[in-house]
Design a protein around this ligand. Structure first.
Ligand SMILES: Cc1cc2nc3c(=O)[nH]c(=O)nc-3n(C[C@H](O)[C@H](O)[C@H](O)COP(=O)(O)OP(=O)(O)OC[C@H]3O[C@@H](n4cnc5c(N)ncnc54)[C@H](O)[C@@H]3O)c2cc1C
Length: 451
């Protein structure tokens, strides 16, 4: 029987990043994935949006913003050894994206459009003026004096923070409410949208699109180069205890022995967790449009969730296209899903011209698993839970957080620091073991059929 130090079930970003960090640090690791390729589920449905923290700075609780910032710190420390990891710190201590072959990140930062409280959405409609007046007024004041203010102050702190210093990240979270902040506005081509310049303030963020195919293939190459073992089409079924070891049993009745087991099985994790932890899976729609309707990467931020919208321009094998999302997601019930699908489509039609006549305008759903009690109470950060002795369950919360999740699991299990030395040889066949994303598959399929 084969023996391992660590067996990881689930080949999404959580499983792969964890497998890589143990393998590079000298542990004997087996990664099991039930599908024929890696990242065919949530880690193949996302928008490729690398979260630096901007989106999460709007929450009054600093929890999610803090999680994203810690992730940046870990990325800079533990992933420098990868050629493609092109987020670097300049002499002034500011992060920037350096162009490299196999780059992980694109230097096309997302612009945040903060909706002004002069926008008509903040005012009651004539028909229900009296009923809506107080809630709308409350919303207006809260947005103007709390949320927007907090967003601007945290960004101001972010721009002046020196990432080479050893200063605590907590300095970035502090909001001096009386502090007068004036952040430079960036140019934004409003003419490519139906948005009215008068109602928005544009702020450049450090968020950017990520080349997940390069990230995943680098992690996989490092994992394989450090003698990691990958079994595809291998479904983890259960484990049995054998003194202080675990026997891992797959659906095909293969049995291996391990010291530790990590379950990184996304939405399937729920059935293994104790009732004290509640995972919730939400369905989020994304709209794929070809030809692209806009060249800007941006997020329209408003307190009205169904009116937020984001747009990232992607490119697959030389074909540019738009990927549009909003903040609206639902439970996995059919009726609710139809409702959010319609909401996204209506919002997109109202924001951009040309969607209804585009060659491709297709909405797909991805399934996000989060630590939260309900689909209304969202949880965007990572979670590592002890399921049994030597058995951990993990959820990254975001693809972007795969890095800090892996480092944290390593530290929890070994009580040591992961190795900073990464030796790997690029292996062109690694990419063939990784699934394309759903939006790339939609583009690919359309052009294959057209041939
Ligand atoms: C629509 C959408 C948009 C998103 N956009 C972004 C974004 O732009 N940026 C961002 O940072 N995050 C984004 N996210 C979140 C991100 O995609 C997820 O948080 C992340 O991919 C989850 O990774 P995971 O490894 O936990 O899950 P998964 O990718 O689902 O991986 C779990 C793996 O376990 C395997 N598995 C399950 N059961 C078994 C078993 N018994 N045995 C073996 N294998 C098993 C599955 O096949 C799967 O490959 C988005 C998510 C969605 C749905």
């Amino acid at each position: 029987m084969k023996k391992f130090n660590i067996v990881i079930a689930g080949g999404g970003i959580a499983g792969l990043a964890s497998a890589e960090i143990f393998a590079r640090s000298g542990y004997k690791v087996l990664l099991l994935e039930k599908n024929p390729k890696l990242c065919m589920e949530a880690s193949g449905s996302h928008q490729k949006w690398f979260h630096f923290g901007s989106l999460y700075s709007v929450f009054s609780s600093p929890r999610f913003f803090q999680a994203m910032l810690k992730n940046i710190q870990y990325l800079l420390k533990y992933y420098q050894g990868f050629e493609g990891m092109n987020l670097v710190i300049n002499r002034e201590g500011n992060p920037y994206i350096e162009m490299r072959e196999n780059s992980w990140f694109q230097a096309q930062h997302l612009i945040y459009l903060l909706t002004s409280t002069r926008h008509p959405d903040f005012f009651p409609k004539k028909a229900s003026y009296l009923l809506e007046y107080i809630p709308k007024l409350h919303q207006r004041l809260f947005w103007k004096y709390i949320i927007t203010k907090q967003f601007l102050v945290r960004h101001y702190n972010l721009y002046k923070y020196n990432w080479s210093s050893q200063k605590s990240l907590n300095d970035l979270l502090k909001v001096e409410w009386l502090q007068q902040i004036c952040l430079p506005e960036v140019n934004f081509s409003y003419e490519q949208t139906n948005l009215n310049y008068d109602f928005f303030q544009s702020i450049k963020s450090y968020d950017c699109p990520m080349n997940t195919e390069n990230i995943l293939s680098d992690l996989l190459c490092s994992f394989l180069s450090h003698d990691g073992e990958l079994w595809l089409n291998a479904t983890y079924e259960t484990y049995q205890c054998k003194s202080n070891k675990k026997l891992i049993i797959t659906r095909n009745r293969e049995i291996v022995e391990t010291e530790k087991l990590i379950l990184a099985i996304g939405r399937n994790l729920n059935r293994y967790l104790k009732s004290s932890v509640k995972l919730c899976t939400v369905a989020s729609p994304l709209l794929v449009v070809y030809p692209p309707v806009c060249s800007e990467n941006f997020v329209k931020l408003t307190p009205f969730v169904s009116k937020t919208i984001n747009h990232i321009k992607h490119n697959y094998n030389g074909i540019p296209y738009s990927l549009i999302g909003n903040g609206y997601s639902s439970t996995v019930e059919k009726l609710k899903m139809e409702e959010v699908k319609k909401s996204l489509y209506d919002n997109a039609i109202g924001t951009f011209s040309g969607i209804d006549s585009a060659e491709i305008s297709e909405i797909y759903f991805g399934y996000k698993t989060e630590v939260s009690k309900s689909s209304k109470n969202r949880g965007y950060d990572s979670c590592i839970k002890l399921i049994d002795r030597n058995v951990l369950g993990v959820i990254p919360g975001k693809f972007s957080l795969g890095f800090s999740l892996a480092v944290d699991i390593f530290k929890i299990i070994t009580d040591k620091q992961p190795s900073l030395k990464i030796h790997y040889s690029s292996n062109s066949s690694a990419k063939s073991l990784i699934s394309e994303t759903k939006h790339e598959a939609i583009i690919n399929q359309y052009f294959q059929q057209k041939k």
